[in-house]
Write a protein of this length. Sequence first.
Length: 209
Amino acid sequence: MGKVHVMDHPLIQHKLTLIRDKNTGSKEFREMVEEVSLLMAYEVYRDLPLKEIEVETPMGKAKGYTIAGKKLGIVPILRAGLGMVDGMTKLVPTAKVGHIGLYRDPDTMEPVEYYAKLPPDIHERDLILVDPMLATGGSASAAVHYLKKKGAKSIKLVCLIAAPEGIELVQKDHDDIDIFAAAVDERLNSRGYIIPGLGDAGDRLFGTR
């Protein structure tokens, strides 16, 4: 069974509280989503494999380590997932970025796919699927299913805030996926929004309604 990792670092929790605040404007919201994503990336990338190498310092030879193994891919779920990409790629700028477009049908609350563009070698990459909100879990589960169908073997799901219902669905559908979140909130309301959450992440990122 995949694990759920809740990151309680003080800097993450401080910035997440500001992100939640309804008085935080789009500019500050975007900046802090990027900053929290970068801070979360340290933990998400913790198990990247290393290989030992030798380098020449000004004082002599030294043994060191570089990242080895599979290549990385960052896959945001459009559109809100775009807000997390820069933070996740700052530490590993060579990572390729794919995109999956999904929206939730307001009547059925089921995910509808409208766009997908992925690196051609995703079967060789460790993929990081990002979306600020894991609410019902339908979009995340559908995105994971799509990635697996295209050959992905290694996937992690990273979000800012998760609802228990979303975690349960993803774990039921994909018991091999680790989930990383900055917080797990109380519940969903009747419209499928996380309570207390932070509202609509996409609208707050891009100043739309």
